[in-house]
Every structure is written in structure tokens, then in C-alpha cells.
Design a protein around this ligand. Sequence first.
Ligand code: ZN
Length: 188
Amino acid sequence: MPYSESDDTANKIPDEFYSMNTGAPFDKCLDCERNLLEPGVFYVIEKAIRQYPNFTAKDVLFECAICLNCAERIKNELSKESLKSMVTYYESKVLYSPHMKQSPVLSKCVVSGKPKEELLNYQINALCEGENLSDLQAPYLVSGEVVEEMSDLLSDETRDFLEDYQNQHMGPPEWLEDIPSGGKFVLI
Ligand SMILES: [Zn+2]
């Protein structure tokens, strides 16, 4: 019996990366609206989650799927210094490399190592190709505190740019007056 079938299901996008709005996998790039589910289309899914101690309910602070062409274009808009300090920070601190296939990186912050249960806010990130997770990088989780630290490294200009982008494309949830720590879009 060919075992490629079980391989296929192992690589399927887990439903925690599905769109909250549709309950189905993201199918359109947030920016250029291209179809993401075609084979060979690479894209990232980023979701910011707030959870409450002792409650199972969670809020999605924002969620998006962006094709790599658009992600690259956004990165080109950021100041070089901002990008460099973010990459340096991340690379010097990351504990578990998301490049390790199947690494257990959705149960704790890849930077601080704090277990997911102890976090109030966190972001999860997956590199996908068409209907599947990409082999190139395992999905990973970053705590809200770390996102906040990374955001602090950005120049005012870059932070404004990302905030505008987030407001324009994702809109702040209406029930949310202030985007709390960890709900910031930093394009990790
Ligand atoms: Zn796009």
C-alpha cells in the first residue's frame, strides 16, 4: 500500500490556521487576492490570538494570509534598519528553529520558550504551499511579549507603515478599542 496518502494528510494545514470568518482554509491573498490554494503558490498565514486564563474561549485579534510576492513587497517598504534589527533580534534569540521539520513549535514560544498555556497573547505563523503546509518550515508560535519587543525595535516610520497596513487590510476588530500587546502585525 502506498503510504503517500498518509503523507498528504500529515501535511494538510491544521484547522487552527483556518480563517475564523469562513471556518475554511484561506483561499485569497489579503493583498493581491490571488488564489492561494493552487499548487505551487507559497504564502504565510499569521494569526494573533488572545486567550483567557481558565477559559477555553479565545479571541482572534487579527488573521491574514499573504502570498510571498506581496510579503516581499511589504518588506521592501520597511526601513532597512528596522528589518535588520528585527532579523538580528529574532536570529539571536530563537530557541527552536522552525526550519526543523515537525518540531513541536506550536506548544511554546519559539523565542522565550514559554508554554502556550501561560501566554495571554500569541501569534502563530505557517508557511504554506497551495493546500498544504510547506516542507521548508514548520509552523511556529511567538508570544505577545516577544512580538511587542520586536515591534519596539522598529523605527517610528516602519511601525506607522505596518499599523496603517493592518488597519487598511485587516481593520481593527470593532469590539477592540486598542490593539493590545501581541496583536500587532510585525510580519515576523
Ligand atoms: Zn499577494
